[in-house]
Design a protein around this ligand. Structure first.
Ligand code: ADP
Length: 499
C-alpha cells in the first residue's frame, strides 16, 4: 500500500520505506545481516526527509566481509560455470519479479523519476542476465607449440576477491555491471555502495540471498561519507583483495589507484567525462535536438556520459539553440520522481546544486547568455531549472569541468577541425556525440574524437551488449559486453613439456 502511495506522488516515501520487503538496514556479510555500532541516515533528495538509518560499517566490518569473500572464493571458483550461470539467472528473474519495488527504492533514495528508475532496474537486471550467459562462454586457447615435445595452453581463471565501489547516480546498475561480470568469472565481491544510495545495494543482497547465491559470494558494507576513506583503504590495501573496480569521480579514482598500488591489485576505473556533442551544418536539426534532450537531461544531467558541452556549427547554430530551448520548455517537467509526469527529479544533494549554480554564474560573468532556466527551481531545495546557455566560450568552468547537472552550454564553431580540437582539449575522454549526414565527415570525426564511446546521430548509447569505458583520465578497462568479463579473469599460460 505504502509503495502505491509513493507512486501516486504522495509525500510518504519515509513511511513507505518501512513497508517494502526488500528494504534492509544492516550490512550483508557472509550471507548474514550484520549491524554496526552506529548508523547513518539515508535521505530522500526530493524532500530531505530521512528514509532510513543504515548500519555504518567501518574497517572492522569491511575486513570481516573481505574474509567472508575470501572463504567463499574457494568453492565459488570451482563451481561449474553452468551452476554459476543458473544462479545469476535466478537473481535476474527475481529482480524482474520485484522490479516495481526496486524502482521505488531507486526513486526514493536517488530522486530520479519512477519511469527512469524502472528503466534502470531493467538495465541493471540486463547485466545479470548478460553475464549469466557470458559465464558459459569463457574460453582458453591451445597455441601452436614452437617445440615438438611441448604443448601450450592458456587457461582463464578468476582473479579472486573483488572490491567494488559504486556511485549514487545508478544505485543498482553500477553494481550489477561489475558484480555480474565478477560472479560469472568466478570471483566473489565486497560492495561498498555510495553513502547516498545504499538501499538498492542491500535490496540486491536480499534478492541474491533468495536466489541461493552462496554465503560470502556477494557482500555489502554500507557506510557514511565519514567512514568511507577507511573502508575504501581496507578494500584497496588488504592482501586478500585481488581487484578493485570503481565508478565515480576522477579525483577519487586517483586516490584508489594510489592505494591499490601498494599491493599491485588489478584495477578497473570508470571515471569522469566531459562529453562533447557536436552538431555539424549537415545535421538533421530535429534529430539533434531530440538527442541533445536525451543525452543532457536524463537523470537530471547526472550521468558520466551526459553531454557536458554542445558545439554547434555556425550555419545551424541559431536554429539549433532556438529549437533546443523550445524542446526544453515543452518536454521537461520538474518535480518529485513519484509524480507521474515528472521528467526532471531533484539533484542528489545540496553540493550538486551549488556546483550547477557556480557554473551558471561563472559563465554569465564571462559573457554567456541564459536562454532558458538558470536558477534553482521553486519545487524544492535540491531542484534546478533545466538550463540552456549560449555564447559560451572555452574559458568558462562549465566547459572545463563536468557539471553533473541540468546545464547545457552551447559554443559556436566554424570548421570541423576547430570542433574536433575543442572536443579533444580535455584530459578526460568517456563519451562523445555528433550529428552529421556527411559520410566522409562521419568517419573522420568518429576516428578523431579522443573518447571511449561515440554516438553518431544518437544521444543515448549504453546497453549491456556494448563496451562501456573511457580513454585518458576517464579510466581503465571496459564494462558490459563480451569484454567486461576479462576484467575479472587472469590469463594463465601452461607449458606441458617432455611429451
Ligand atoms: P561523488 O563526489 O559524486 O560522491 P565520488 O567519486 O566521491 O563521487 O563517489 C563515488 C563512490 O566513491 C562513492 O561510493 C563514494 O563513497 C566513494 N568514495 C569517495 N571517496 C572515497 C575514498 N577516499 N575511498 C573509497 N571510496 C571513496
Amino acid at each position: 500500500m505504502a509503495l502505491r502511495l509513493w507512486a501516486r506522488g504522495f509525500s510518504s516515501a519515509p513511511a513507505a520505506a518501512a513497508a517494502s520487503s526488500l528494504l534492509r538496514s544492516d550490512g550483508y556479510i557472509g550471507g548474514r545481516w550484520v549491524g554496526a555500532a552506529t548508523t547513518f541516515p539515508v535521505l530522500e533528495p526530493a524532500s530531505g526527509a530521512e528514509l532510513r538509518r543504515v548500519a555504518d560499517c567501518g574497517p572492522a566490518e569491511c575486513r570481516q566481509a573481505v574474509s567472508a569473500a575470501a572463504s567463499a572464493f574457494g568453492s565459488w571458483k570451482e563451481a561449474p560455470a553452468k551452476e554459476r550461470s543458473a544462479l545469476l539467472r535466478k537473481w535476474h528473474d527475481l529482480m524482474i519479479q520485484n522490479k516495481d519495488d526496486l524502482a521505488n527504492i531507486i526513486t526514493a533514495e536517488n530522486g530520479k523519476p519512477l519511469q527512469e528508475a524502472l528503466r534502470e532496474v531493467l538495465y541493471s537486471a540486463g547485466f545479470v542476465e548478460w553475464f549469466s550467459e557470458e559465464a558459459r562462454h569463457i574460453y582458453g586457447d591451445v597455441i601452436s607449440s614452437p617445440m615438438r615435445d611441448r604443448r601450450i595452453l592458456v587457461l582463464k581463471q578468476p582473479v579472486g576477491v573483488a572490491g567494488i565501489i559504486t556511485p549514487w547516480n545508478f544505485p543498482s546498475a553500477m553494481i550489477t555491471r561489475k558484480v555480474g561480470a565478477a560472479l560469472a568469472a568466478g570471483c566473489t565481491v565486497v560492495v561498498k555502495p555510495a553513502e547516498d544510495t545504499p538501499l538498492s545495494a542491500l535490496a540486491l543482497a536480499e534478492l541474491a540471498d533468495q536466489a541461493g547465491i552462496p554465503a560470502g559470494v556477494y557482500n555489502v558494507v554500507p557506510c557514511s561519507r565519514e567512514k568511507t576513506p577507511s573502508v575504501g583503504e581496507v578494500l584497496c590495501t588488504d592482501p586478500l583483495v585481488a581487484k578493485i573496480s570503481f565508478t565515480g569521480s576522477t579525483a577519487t579514482g586517483k586516490i584508489l589507484l594510489r592505494q591499490a598500488a601498494s599491493t599491485v591489485k588489478r584495477v578497473s576505473m570508470e571515471l569522469g567525462g566531459n562529453a562533447p556533442f557536436i552538431v555539424f551544418d549537415s545535421a538533421d536539426i530535429d534529430r539533434a535536438v531530440a538527442g541533445a534532450l536525451a543525452s543532457k537531461y536524463r537523470n537530471s544531467g547526472q550521468t558520466c556520459v551526459c553531454t557536458n558541452r554542445f558545439l554547434v556549427q555556425k550555419g545551424v547554430h541559431d536554429a539549433f539553440v532556438k529549437r533546443f530551448a523550445e524542446a526544453i520548455q515543452r518536454e521537461l517537467r520538474v518535480g518529485s520522481g513519484f509524480q507521474e509526469d515528472t521528467t526532471q527529479g531533484p539533484l542528489i544533494n545540496e553540493k550538486a546544486v551549488e556546483k550547477v549554480e557556480r557554473h551558471v554564474s561563472d559563465a554569465v560573468s564571462k559573457g554567456a547568455r541564459i536562454v532558458t532556466g538558470g536558477k534553482r527551481h521553486s519545487f524544492g531545495k535540491n531542484f534546478f531549472e533545466p538550463t540552456l546557455l549560449s555564447e559560451v566560450t572555452t574559458d568558462m568552468l562549465c566547459t572545463q569541468e563536468e557539471t553533473f547537472g541540468p546545464l547545457a552550454p552551447v559554443l559556436k564553431f566554424d570548421t570541423e577541425e576547430e570542433a574536433v580540437a575543442i572536443a579533444n582539449s580535455t584530459n578526460v575522454g568517456l563519451a562523445g556525440y555528433f550529428y552529421s549526414q556527411d559520410p566522409a565527415q562521419i568517419w573522420r570525426v568518429a576516428e578523431r574524437l579522443e573518447v571511449g564511446m561515440v554516438g553518431i546521430n544518437e544521444g543515448l548509447l549504453s546497453s549491456v551488449e556494448c563496451p562501456f569505458g573511457g580513454v585518458k583520465q576517464s579510466g581503465l578497462g571496459r564494462e558490459g559486453s563480451k569484454y567486461g568479463i576479462d576484467e575479472y579473469l587472469e590469463i594463465k599460460y601452461v607449458c606441458y613439456g617432455s611429451l
